[in-house]
Design a protein around this ligand. Sequence first.
Ligand code: IVH
Length: 818
Amino acid sequence: MTAAEARERHAALSAEIVEADAAYHGEDAPIMSDAEYDRLRRALEDIEARFPELAGTGPASASVGAKPSDTFSKVRHVVPMLSLGNAFADEEVEEFVARVRRFLNWPADRALAFTAEPKIDGLSLSLRYEEGRLVTAATRGDGEVGENVTANAREIADIPATLTGDDVPPVCEVRGEVYLSHADFAAINARQEVAGKPLFANPRNAAAGSLRQLDPSITASRPLRFFAYAWGEVSPAFEGTQAGVIERFRRWGLPVNPRMAVCEDASAMLAQYRAIEEARPDLGYDIDGVVYKVDDLALQRRLGFVSRSPRWALAHKFPAQTATTVVEAIDIQVGRTGSLNPLARLRPVTVGGVVVSNATLHNEGYVQGVGGDGEPIREGRDIRFGDTVVVLRAGDVIPKVMDVDLDKRPADAKPYVFPDVCPACGSRAVREVNPRTGRLDAIRRCTGGLICPAQGVERLKHFVSRNAFDLEGFGQTYVELLFEAGLVRQPADLFALAFEPLKAEIVKRREALSAAKRAEGEPAPKKAKKKGDDEDKAIRNLLASLDARRTIPLNRFLFALGIRHIGESTAKALAKRFSDMPALREAVAAAALQQPGPDWLALSAVPRVGPTTRDRLIAAFSLWHPHPEAAGAPPQDEVEDGKSDEEQRPGGGRLGLRLSAPQRENLLAHYGSEEEIEAAIARAAAQRPGEGYHFLADDGEIGPVATESLIDFFGEPHNAAAVDALLEAVTVEPMESAAAAAAFAGKTLVFTGTLEKMTRNEAKATAERLGAKVSGSVSAKTDLVVAGPGAGSKLKDAERLKVRVVSEDEWLALVADA
Ligand code: IVH
């Protein structure tokens, strides 16, 4: 069976199962025997085992809870539910501790405690208690909006309906993990088997399936458990330590993990990790690592967050699990951005309790045994059809092929030839040279752009996906159907869909499917007179979900466009800076006009040179040439003071400036001679990007890579046209964000002079957490200047422009109130 056939069969089976389910449960009127139903279920599971990318995609899929998620109401998390940064090696834990100390400017001899506790492999749940009574329970969802599962949570014995104690805050959101014990998981699967229902792949899936049930009595019949380990909105806020709060949780009647310990340093944390790893087989429930948290809550607050994870916590994962199997084929899947992604089809094998039959091979070099830097991977062993390989699975991520056993390689195995044309559209597939690194891109990409159907379909799937437009009901199957039928080729087409043509396609598809089945010798499906009605209802639901999305926040809109390097957090960063699309596009157009030239990029691509040294070289060069290119010449005070002209020259004797020996050698090796280096610096200086480019590229959350990607995207007329067409159909509104409501939202702050209580980084992070933008120079647009001792010209500017100036202590007081 090919992947396309599998998809068709999967969709057809799903439809039959959904129909049978509806008849059985909804109408108490089964349309088939249990044995027949069983056969359908097994056929579906079979396909999902062989084509895991289909698992979880259909309405009847075994790996999704029994009901689709859109049946729960939504809950917005006042405090987002975040994820954790990951570490695998001991050194990464040491680096984490060092990073926290650096950020806080915490001397090595000053005590800094961390908690260490098991990382439960379940699903997270937020329980809101008001006046001690449970009022809402919500799943994590996308971290900002979750599903309301209150009725189900009330059925979980571990979750108290009221918190008891005289120190329970009036508002308290308790967060923790719902999980199943190994014994209860086995019992549930045994019952499923007897009832002829599909088995759950692991305890976490079973817990998720049990919690996300529309019928709370099903949740009640599954012995879910809960551990509390964190919190969201709490008023008045907790004070003291992490361990102290967990102890209060315990007193209030919440279950907490008994294996939490407070550790004084990295080696104690690692010792606790080993102890938990050793206890793991006997715990009776799944854990996948150890979570470390800074114990002092005041320090947690100071540390804050980067993107979606707290700076004050780390998940130290247990090593991934591996197994050995055989490569039966290597397929190429074309991604949304045209990437040719090699995928190994494997003889199915169980890795850590899960059947694996696909594994990623990353890219062409990975198959051949060559890394991006030209260094060998797996000591240069390539991967071929028929090879015996080691597959590795870590958590939820798609498994990868780690190693090859050359002793078991069949004598006739040939090296895999990576295609240089796109398997979907036949266009050339190329590896571009990255101008920043001067190296070949690891990924080969289809050049077909809009004509490539695989890219088109993938872009649309991304567009409708949950964190993008979240178009309920448009699963993979519908997107493909509509694309193939030519009804939807670009996002705007979705919004032009009408009932009749949609219905015609769906009917056509159904008839084609049953004809195919008859041809295969299967009996004609039983006449279901309600089929037409159900289809009408499904179509009306699709159209309603489109209507519900005709207004969309800017960050989702941007993310949905599927622009390379514009993930969710970059989309949010952009939406924070721009209130609407015209403003954003204007900024991108300005950046496009003032992009850097190739020599500017190339200079920082010299090994060990990098952007900082490049800018220093250019600054020194401009100083020592009295008439530099006027545009964008650096202001004098950016060049380090107190050095004579001679000292500031780049290079060795004649070329001054603090270049390290390797930097000087690399520059010489790259450019040939000192004269050539100077000439290259001169060219780079002339090709410096202008303000418009810096405006985007220097924003720490956007950066040069995303900036260039935006320039490329909007520079393509067909992309601009597709966005225009879409904007005709939908209204984009500013991002709804907690930050927008925050105290310093939209304000511009400048820090100058020496800060004594915190590092610059911390000050900047705090300001940004409160919605402010931190700038390096004072202008009439500056709202506040925080000045420490030694402040100079910026303080004078502030006084001259009558900008409010506060001391570091005053600033800390303002922040504490915010
Ligand atoms: S703390 C802001 N502690 O791991 C930090 N998370 O990979 C909140 N998890 O989404 C999380 N055990 O679902 C924390 N002891 C533990 C945990 C834990 C499991 C989950 C949690 C989170 C995920 C992040």
